[in-house]
Design a protein around this ligand. Structure first.
Ligand SMILES: [Zn+2]
Length: 293
């Protein structure tokens, strides 16, 4: 490359850089003209007065107007009317509009207090599992007891009628079931789930209360028995009464089936006569996988 061409190229590069820098400076000032402009409420867009709350990008306002007009008896207006700015006669629009209100300090304080209380009551490292840590539950009977127990009051906002003692593995299984099994099974029926009626949790006893049998999972803090589900409207889905009863029976069947997975053993009315009035869930795992009936 000749020295002349080199100089010319250098000049060109220099100019380009300068132009780029200039553009970068000018561009932000040019942007507003080219960009979407917010439209304040009280305006008429294509002949349609925007509702009071509307403060949107211009293209969205246009779309709202277009849709409103296409529904109206005179769609032709959409073409013939331009965009006009209408100042409402007795409007407080400007005075009231478009400024987000500051959240009062008290609201923030209240929210923080609720959060702090939740943290305080949270166990098993999960904010939605509320209860108290009670540590080691000792037992004189061999095979009974819990190393690190918790007493659970509520799970994902669903209260337990009796604050149930268990280990965290079981509390977490219960949470999975409530969130992914029970709540979806009940959906909005009766306003949704409010409470679980717990009829057994930690108890040092042999399986099925039979003398000489192995220690039940209840004796290890790994089991919970639930007899009914209370809904927000006060109605109860009772295992004993509603298991085979229409819509409520269907909900109970679904909830029961969904426990299989989170829990290793799931028993209900179809398992045996002992379980005709409650669900038994426990986190014991068998080599063959879950046992659900
Ligand atoms: Zn049980």
């Amino acid at each position: 490359m000749s020295a002349r061409r080199l100089a010319a190229t250098g000049l060109l590069v220099g100019l380009t850089l300068t132009a780029g820098a200039l553009l970068a400076q000018v561009a932000p000032r040019l942007a507003p003209d080219a960009s979407l402009r917010p439209v304040a409420r009280g305006q008429t867009v294509k002949g349609v007065v925007l509702p009071a709350e509307v403060f949107v990008q211009r293209d969205i306002a246009m779309e709202v107007a277009r849709q409103a007009l296409s529904r109206s008896r005179d769609p032709g207006r959409a073409e013939t009317l331009g965009i006009t700015r209408r100042v409402p006669e007795r409007s407080t629009a400007t005075a009231l509009s478009l400024r987000p209100k500051l959240r009062p300090a008290t609201v923030i304080q209240q929210a923080r207090a609720v959060e702090a209380r939740r943290r305080q009551g949270a166990v098993c490292g999960d904010l939605s599992i509320q209860g108290v840590e009670i540590g080691r539950v000792a037992s004189e009977t061999a095979g009974c007891g819990i190393d690190q127990a918790v007493r659970i009051q509520s799970i994902s906002g669903v209260t337990l009628s009796t604050h149930a003692v268990m280990d965290c593995t079981t509390a977490q299984a219960l949470k999975s079931w409530v969130d992914r099994g029970l709540v979806p099974a009940v959906k909005g029926y009766g306003g949704g789930v409010r409470e679980l009626r717990v009829v057994a949790h930690y108890a040092c006893r042999p399986r099925n209360n039979r003398k000489g049998a192995r220690i039940s999972e209840h004796g290890k803090g790994r089991a919970i028995d639930i007899a009914s589900i209370r809904l927000q409207d006060g109605k109860d889905l009772v295992v004993l009464e509603d298991w085979n009863d229409g819509r409520e029976g269907k909900i109970l069947h679904r909830a029961h089936a969904a426990a299989c997975g989170p829990f290793g053993t799931v028993l209900g009315p179809e398992a045996n006569a002992l379980h005709r009035d409650h669900f038994h869930f426990d986190t014991a795992r068998y080599r063959s996988g879950s046992y659900c009936r």
